[in-house]
Every structure is written in C-alpha cells, then in structure tokens.
Design a protein. Structure first.
Length: 172
C-alpha cells in the first residue's frame, strides 16, 4: 500500500511540474484573433426581414461566442447575418418563430468534418502555433464567427444568449 501511495505522489508531482513547465513556455506567446493561413475561411450570408414588433434571438451553437452586432444603416428592414467559418466545418442555421411573443430564434450550428485532411490541418495548426509562438483563436474551430448587421432603428430588436441561457441586447 505504501508503494502505491508513493507512486501516486510521484505521478502527481510529475503532472504538476509538466503543467508549470507548459505555462512557463507559453506565457510569452502572442495572441491572434484569427486562425492560421492554412485554413481557408468561407462565408455564408443569411438575410431575414424584421418588423417593429419582432425580436430576433440569435445564438452561436447556443452561446454568444464569436458574435458581434454591427449597425448598418444601408439596410432598411432586414437583418443580415454573416457567418465566417473555416473550410473544415459545416454550418447549419435553424430558424423558427414563437408566435405568441413575436420571437424569432436563429441558432447557428457548427460541425467539424473529421477526416484525414482535417487532422492534418489541425496538426499543422499546432506546429505553426509553436513555431510562431502564437496562440490563435482556437474557438473558431467550434464556434464560427457570426456578424449580425441591422439598421439602427432595429438594434433594440436583436438579442444574443449568453452561456447561462439568459437573453440580452448586445447594444446595452
């Protein structure tokens, strides 16, 4: 029993030393908001009409990660959603309405395509990150970048949902 506890303690110590060493090696890395150039970024544009009494609740895989609201006064009564994602992902949008509250829900769902080319691209991302000493925006591999464009008159009609499921207006 004493031998097992000693091995457990040694294993835990080696694990903690490894974590500390990794932290010290990566503490001075630069941070980039994009991915490396080996990922080709694609774009999908979704457009919907909006009225004064409608509220659009938009989520990115049920969160608000990588989402931004932009005011574009060249749009009249429409919401334009631009989804930017790497070529190793599939993007689906689910659009449905809840009539009693005039609520329109749009959820952007992402799926990583797992094949040999994807694994090769992820390996290259890791190697390039270490060579360039840069931490890239790895969340773009799970949550695509969602840009919501709306006229200033309808900015109060847009809601995002945070990680806890609470809806909020991104303008406030």
């Amino acid at each position: 029993m004493k031998n097992h506890l000693l091995m457990l303690f040694v294993g835990l110590a080696v694990f903690l030393i490894g974590i500390a060493w990794f932290y010290l090696e990566t503490i001075n890395f630069d941070i980039d908001k994009n991915l490396t150039n080996n990922f080709e970024m694609q774009q999908e544009v979704l457009e919907y009409e909006i009225s004064d009494d409608e509220t659009f609740r938009i989520t990115n895989f049920n969160t608000n990660k990588n989402m931004k609201l932009y005011i574009d006064n060249s749009l009249s009564n429409e919401v334009r959603i631009v989804v930017v994602y790497p070529d190793i992902m599939r993007v689906k949008s689910k659009y449905y309405t809840i009539d009693e509250r005039d609520l329109v829900r749009i959820n952007i769902e992402n799926e990583l395509i797992m094949d040999f080319n994807t694994l090769n691209d992820l390996y290259d991302l890791g190697i390039i990150s270490l060579k360039n000493e840069t931490l890239y925006n790895y969340s773009l591999l799970k949550y695509s970048e969602v840009r919501v464009f709306v006229n200033e008159n309808y900015k109060e009609n847009i809601e995002f949902v945070n990680n806890y499921g609470k809806a909020y207006n991104p303008v406030e």
